[in-house]
Design a protein around this ligand. Structure first.
Ligand code: NAD
Length: 474
């Protein structure tokens, strides 16, 4: 059985305790590998390695750090196929999605922040009070904790800016999908990436994760995951006043107006609800539809959902695979039962598939208002709800009826409406007549229960540095 190792001080190695955790193939619901079960002892080793590496790594010219990130990107790029297979098996995502989008985006993250390293500059302010200039220094050893839904993509989204800015990193990937982070560690070892700059410790959140955030030598934590764990991390870190960046859950609205070209965009709107089995924080799980087109849109949307090819993630034709784990499958199935208990009309799906693996049919639900749990709690599965609205004001009220505030999409041909609504939505990111269009320079993140802080571009480089302002009287 394949064993996924830590990567500490430049070397792949097992946990000090010698313990392992099972890693499951979600398409058959059986273990296919084991991952090192890290704990405080491994975290201590990794933080010590990162501390020892900090003077060298942070002292390299930015162009040298950029070259290392580019080399890692080249090595990953050359192995896209292997990584896509591993990602697909580990998380149950369609191979095509992993090969065409997620691994290439991980490569792009590394390249983007390699460039950012060389472009990041200090600011200066002149004229109000002498001359001020602002130095930005790396923080030291930083922690990166990432989830299972886009494993390598979100892992590289954190480690790349942290390293680019001159920090050394201890990263903890999700124990549910450790494969590609572990393979990236092996690649780093192969290319001779400076030892100790990047360290990877696997393990459970409550063991490796908590030991990492509790470690006195960690200067900051960049976390992506559930709101509940984000709150827990913030509470634990508060007494030490360390920087925390939180990218958390979502319950994103999709607003479809009667004047939109919704028929042309239907494929994208359906994808926005069901891509990766709805296990993307940016998925639009609450569809709000203008009443005059409600029935027609609903029927077309359901037809498209029914036509999604759900199957073995390795099948090149599969558009949707299983959910990632038994626990997550149980959570989504319980949410479907709760929706029925709340009075939902299930228009399609609403059940698990009768086959091995954690498959749930694409599900479309109507008849529930904004206050029920189905429309308030994050389900993070292939479950979309439909609600009608009569005018812009009601659309906005429904869209904002959420404690979350990550993203939204607006579908309309009216420019004035699109911009007015976009400005009034309580979210961090809005797409107009598109979804998941990413420019890595833009601020990424949410408001309310969706998180604190922003990633991407300069926002990430600023998070991973401390500013020191220096003023001179002129
Ligand atoms: P999770 O919170 O269970 O786990 C995320 C990571 O935190 C894992 O590595 C886990 O081991 C670790 N962890 C768990 N408990 C911990 C603790 N007490 N201390 C330290 N670390 C701990 O989340 P998940 O189930 O892996 O991911 C799904 C969630 O992530 C969803 O809520 C989704 O919306 C969210 N998400 C958000 C974004 C975003 O950018 N906003 C992106 C992707 C996923």
């Amino acid at each position: 059985m394949r064993r996924y190792l830590h990567f500490i001080g430049g070397t792949p190695r097992p946990a000090r305790s010698g313990r392992w955790l099972d890693v499951f193939d979600p398409a058959i619901a059986k273990p296919y590998a084991e991952v090192a079960a890290g704990d405080a002892a491994d975290i201590d080793d990794a933080v010590a390695a990162a501390r020892a590496a900090f003077p060298h790594w942070s002292g390299l010219p930015a162009t040298e750090r950029a070259r290392w990130l580019e080399r890692l990107a080249d090595a990953l790029d050359a192995r896209t196929d292997d990584f896509a297979h591993a990602e697909s098996r580990d998380g149950g995502k369609p191979l095509r999605l992993a090969r065409e989008i997620e691994i290439p985006r991980a490569v792009a993250n590394l390249r983007f922040f390699a460039h950012a390293a060389t472009q990041f500059a200090s600011e200066s302010h002149h004229g109000q009070a002498g001359l001020n200039y602002t130095l930005r220094a790396p923080l030291g050893v930083v922690a990166a904790i990432s989830p299972w839904n886009l494993p390598l993509y979100l892992f590289t989204w954190k480690i790349a800016p942290a390293l680019a800015a001159g920090n050394t990193v201890v990263a903890k990937p999700s124990e549910i999908t450790p494969a590609t982070a572990s393979m990236l560690g092996e690649l780093a070892a192969e290319i001779g990436f400076p030892s100790g700059a990047l360290n990877i410790v696997h393990g459970l959140g409550q063991e490796a994760g908590e030991a990492l955030i509790d470690h006195a030598d960690i200067a900051a934590v960049s976390f992506t995951g559930s709101t509940a764990v984000g709150q827990r991390i913030t509470a634990r870190m508060a007494p030490r006043l360390k920087k925390v960046s939180l990218e958390l859950g979502g319950k994103n609205p999709t607003l479809v107006f009667a004047d939109s070209d919704w028929r042309t965009h239907l494929d994208v709107i359906v994808r926005s609800a069901f891509q990766n089995s709805g296990q993307i924080c940016l998925c639009g799980s609450r569809l709000l539809i203008e009443r005059t087109i409600y029935a027609e849109f609903r029927d077309a949307f359901v037809q498209h959902a029914l036509a999604l090819r759900v199957g073995d993630p390795m099948d090149p034709d599969a558009q949707m695979g299983p959910l990632v784990s038994q626990a997550h499958f149980d959570k989504v199935v319980a949410a479907l039962e709760r929706a029925r208990a709340e009075g939902a009309r299930v228009l399609c799906g609403g059940h698990a598939l009768q086959r091995p693996g954690w498959f749930v049919a694409p599900t479309v639900i109507e008849g529930l208002g904004p206050d029920c749990a189905t429309n308030r709690d994050e389900i993070f599965g292939p479950v979309a709800t439909l609600q009608p609205f009569d005018d812009d004001a009601q659309a906005l009220t429904l869209a904002n009826a959420s404690d979350y505030g990550l993203a939204a999409s607006i579908w309309t041909t009216r420019l004035d409406r699109a911009h007015r609504i976009a400005a009034s939505l309580n979210v961090g990111m809005v797409w107009i007549n598109t979804w998941l269009m990413r420019d890595l320079r833009t601020p990424f993140g949410g408001v309310g229960q969706s998180g604190l802080g922003r990633e991407g571009g300069h926002e990430a480089m600023r998070f991973f540095t401390d500013a020191k302002n220096i003023g001179i009287a002129l």
